[in-house]
Design a protein around this ligand. Structure first.
Ligand SMILES: Nc1nc2c(ncn2[C@@H]2O[C@H](COP(=O)(O)OP(=O)(O)OP(=O)(O)O)[C@@H](O)[C@H]2O)c(=O)[nH]1
Ligand SMILES: [Mg+2]
Length: 436
């Protein structure tokens, strides 16, 4: 493409009005809260395994929150529905068909979509872009149609533009944002970063395949390895109008077989065509819309609610643990004092027996001991030894109880400190949320 075309395009990007810019200060404040207040709190939680999954969940939550700060058109729990697949599989055509617009997104036989493009609801149709400094700028709709991988040639447009956003008044878009992505060709190295970013932030993935390919390709399967199993995956076999029905069915079976052999979980494999027989086209569109509409009701996790609930749960956990530890401590203290009492009693019993022996022997110092006295002496000696042995046995029990009590007391002290800490984090979070 000519230099003047690129020059003209750069001008339109940078001369266009900045509508919104990302608030880095706000992101920094929330980042500091998550990593300096919240994460150390999780560090103090109970089990190792829980800790790791909570860390991961919090990181993801924070990532999603930052994502919405950069991409405010995704706010209000929008579901992100990504269309991915090889170039020319028909991703942009499918989105145009869903919107009932023939030419909204550029479509061509050559590699076309150059920058991932969100399509979100707004009462007025317009195009915006997110530039490399996270500014949202307005952009002329006609210019969007001029941009394609082909017209860009080697020019790295993705250095200047991170995303385009097409706002459209189609009611089907309420509560969701469709994401059209650049395709890849099986020969070249697909930009993994794009794929991973798209997969991380999407709620649902539609993987589009040109039915004439006959199967899902190896590169597609490799990219899909990054896809999480809990994220619903739908396969669209597009351009179904180009083959006869029995061939379409065979290819559906083949794709099913390949995915199963790879252990790849998926929701459904559907056929689609935006041309061909009218009633076929309508049937395909109806089926796709049915899936898209079904996705609307799922509630997404809000950052404020999840963190707020987590802190509340943590408070309950610390209070419950303190109570439980105190109960346990009381039980141990009771056992300890009973053992101590018993020990004292045994020592006294042993001492008394020794005293009796002394008395018995003192009373008959010069006499030969009678059989009866010897029997008494033996009995007293047995009592004294028996009590002493029992007391010695109790010593280790008493010592171990003492240690348990000490440990329980220090555990309660730690938990009480933790509870104060959680209260502080709760207040910090409340103030932070009021400010931002
Ligand atoms: N026969 C037929 N052709 C189709 C159908 N859908 C799309 N096409 C054609 O397939 C070509 C590619 O369509 P696009 O929508 O640009 O494909 P894409 O997946 O967005 O391609 P990239 O943006 O390059 O990744 C175009 O020439 C379309 O006209 C269909 O249902 N049937
Ligand atoms: Mg496209």
């Amino acid at each position: 493409m000519s230099n003047s075309f690129i020059e003209n395009l750069i001008n339109s990007i940078y001369k266009s009005e900045i509508e919104k810019t990302v608030d880095l200060n706000k992101i920094e404040k929330v980042y500091n809260f998550v990593y300096q207040d919240l994460m150390p709190l999780i560090e103090k939680s109970d089990s190792e395994e829980d800790k790791f999954s909570i860390f991961e969940a919090m990181k993801l939550l924070f990532y999603n929150w930052v994502n919405i700060q950069r991409k405010p058109w995704l706010a209000n729990d929008k579901h992100i529905i990504a269309f991915m697949g090889k170039f020319s599989a028909g991703k942009s055509s499918i989105i145009n068909a869903v919107l009932g617009e023939k030419d909204l997104l550029p479509v061509d036989v050559k590699p076309t979509t150059a920058i991932s493009t969100y399509i979100s609801y707004a009462p007025k149709v317009s195009v915006k872009l997110l530039d490399s400094s996270d500014n949202i700028r307005s952009f002329p709709i006609e210019k969007l149609r001029e941009i394609s991988k082909d017209t860009m040639g080697d020019f790295p447009l993705d250095f200047l533009v991170k995303h385009f956003v097409v706002e459209h008044r189609n009611e089907n878009l309420k509560g969701k944002s469709l994401l059209d992505t650049p395709g890849f060709s099986s020969g070249d190295t697909f930009d993994d970063e794009i794929a991973i970013e798209v997969m991380q932030e999407s709620d649902v993935i539609f993987w589009v395949i040109d039915i004439n390919d006959g199967d899902i390709c190896k590169t597609s399967l490799e990219i899909l390895q990054e896809q999480l199993d809990e994220q619903p995956l739908y396969i669209i076999l597009n351009k179904a109008n180009t083959l006869i029905e029995s061939d379409n069915k065979k290819i559906v079976k083949q794709v099913e077989k390949t995915l199963k052999s790879q252990g790849k979980k998926y929701e459904d494999i559907i056929l689609f065509a935006d041309r061909g027989k009218k009633e076929e086209k309508e049937k395909y569109l109806e089926e796709l819309n049915k899936i898209l509409n079904k996705l609307e009701n799922k509630e997404k996790l809000s950052f404020e609610k999840v963190i707020g609930d987590f802190i509340e749960d943590f408070l309950v956990y610390t209070s419950d643990s303190i109570l439980e530890n105190k109960k346990e401590l009381n039980k141990e203290k009771k056992i300890f004092s009973a053992s101590e009492k018993k020990y004292k009693k045994l020592i006294k019993e042993s001492g008394d027996a020794v005293e009796t022996i002394g008395e018995l022997l003192g009373n008959c110092l010069d006499e030969i001991l009678s059989e009866e006295i010897v029997e008494d002496l033996v009995e007293e000696a047995a009592t004294s030894t028996g009590s002493l042995l029992e007391a010695i046995d109790l010593v280790s029990e008493i010592n171990s109880k003492e240690k348990i009590i000490e440990e329980a007391e220090s555990e309660i002290e730690d938990l009480e400190k933790l509870r104060i800490n959680v209260h502080k984090v709760k207040d910090t979070f409340k103030t932070l949320m009021e400010k931002i």
